[in-house]
Design a binder for this molecule. Sequence first.
Ligand SMILES: N[C@@H](CCC(=O)N[C@@H](CS)C(=O)NCC(=O)O)C(=O)O
Length: 259
Amino acid sequence: MRPTTAQILLYAYATSPFAAKAHCYLLYKRLTFEVYYVNPMQARDVLPVGHQVPVLTVGSESRNESSDIGIWLDELYPNKPMLLPEEPKARQRLLDIDQWISDRLIPNTIRAIGDGRVQGLLNSWRMGNGMHRSCDGGLPLAARIMWPVVLKKQRFIRKLVAAADLSRPPAEAMELMREEFLQRLGDGPFLDSRAEPSLPDFSAFPLVTHFYRLGLAGVDTLVRDPVIRDWVARLQPHVTGEPPLLPEALHRRAVFYQA
Ligand SMILES: N[C@@H](CCC(=O)N[C@@H](CS)C(=O)NCC(=O)O)C(=O)O
């Protein structure tokens, strides 16, 4: 059963960078929407399509796959700020950057979070706690304690880690991500040297800021870079709104990196 009667409803986990991508698209478009933080133990029963978040429901239709949700929002709301331009070459370049985020930035970031026995454990517990505090009904104590094991067993996590740059240590791979990000930023101010933000800016934003704000260790390689920090500051007003990208109770660090 649908948890609320909102016309636009985002099914998410507060700790999911994929769900945060879709959340950013909605904020940029200044749409009125609600977020429902699904209990992961009930996801298969609750989600209107598939078994993964994000899912976006608009009226009676539901879609999944985060980047596809952005493209769908442009189709539905062409009079709101567009996430992608119509001009085919520029559009394709931005979709290629979005693909780089899915294929490289996300896998390497997820691998870095689990790196190191102690850091990996602490990060996983912090994620479990964030999930517990935000999701509908919370998690049982045993699940919170076992969260590092639960996460490691997840097929989607195993697939993401396998897609990371395994030939390098995780911290070195993140340095490479920083360089690859800067190449794609070009002369700025937004990705692909664009004057206005677009879909890949909002896809990358949660990867750069979300885990850092959740208080995880070893995830500040990008946000420490002054050029990327300026990019974060430029995007921030576009993703500030209701409901907030990260529930207040889960903020462990300020929006902006502090050395
Ligand atoms: N390609 C999907 C990936 C979504 C995804 O991996 N979601 C994770 C949370 S971060 C999930 O719901 N995993 C649960 C599962 O795979 O059963 C997208 O871009 O939306």
